[in-house]
Design a protein around this ligand. Structure first.
Ligand SMILES: C[S@@+](CC[C@H](N)C(=O)[O-])C[C@H]1O[C@@H](n2cnc3c(N)ncnc32)[C@H](O)[C@@H]1O
Length: 212
């Protein structure tokens, strides 16, 4: 599968790794203007390493839910167009604001992803991708509520954390339930377990269901 424009495989320490061009954020190794995108610290990076068809392209408009301190969303902003980063915890959002200082296309929003009505006046609609990594109960509902920001052929790229839904349940059962709820709002195109990089996470690529 081809990588989005602006993402390349480069050699770091003798190994081919993903990289984007931008200011370093989390102490990652660099090679000239390129900085390593560590799939062990990024579910979206893991999706790319696993060759999932995320359909991201350079200059895409992106809404990123669960941005934390900006590890992954900084890489997204390195290659994408307008990138809206929603995070509801104040502490990581402070770091995120710093990450955005040298990325004019990155817009940090201290907001709750379960309440898109609180940022719908800021975030444009017709976006190409919603990337979701919220690690909270009700992950399918968060995705459904934010479907409104995608154009009809946009993509949801979600990392579902089993333990955030139910710490005791078998992850496979949790994923089945989450996918069943997700299918009310989305057509699921591809799923993959991310265990090689992130324990008990399921990656999902989906497209909005249209009502015609
Ligand atoms: C696993 S971390 C995200 C890591 C980040 N995506 C990265 O790769 O750099 C999950 C984040 O989701 C945030 N979060 C959880 N529930 C949220 C909600 N309802 N609205 C916004 N952020 C939320 C948490 O505060 C946490 O920072």
């Amino acid at each position: 599968m081809s990588l989005p424009d602006g993402v390349e495989r480069r050699t770091f320490d003798g190994h081919e790794r993903l990289a984007t061009r931008g200011q370093p954020v989390y102490g990652e190794p660099t090679d000239g203007p390129w900085r390593l995108w560590d799939a062990g610290r990024s579910k979206l990076g893991a999706m790319l390493e696993l060759d999932m068809d995320v359909e991201l392209d350079g200059d895409d408009g992106v809404l990123y839910l669960g941005a934390a301190s900006g590890t992954t969303v900084s890489h997204v902003a390195d290659f994408a167009g307008p990138t809206y980063a929603v995070e509801f915890a104040p502490r990581p959002t402070r770091d995120l604001v710093e990450v955005a200082e040298d990325r004019p296309n990155l817009f940090p929003l201290l907001k709750d992803a379960r309440k898109p009505e609180t940022y719908a006046h800021v975030v444009e609609s017709g976006l190409d991708a919603v990337v979701q990594d919220v690690a909270t109960r009700g992950q399918a509902r968060v995705a459904a509520r934010n479907r409104q920001f995608l154009h009809d052929d946009g993509r949801l790229l979600a990392a579902i954390k089993a333990r955030s839904e139910d710490v005791t349940a078998d992850p496979d059962d949790v994923f089945e339930d989450v996918l069943a709820t997700l299918r009310d709002a989305y057509e699921v195109l591809e799923t993959a377990r991310l265990d090689r990089y992130h324990d008990d996470h399921l990656a999902v690529v989906a497209r909005p269901r249209t009502t015609d």
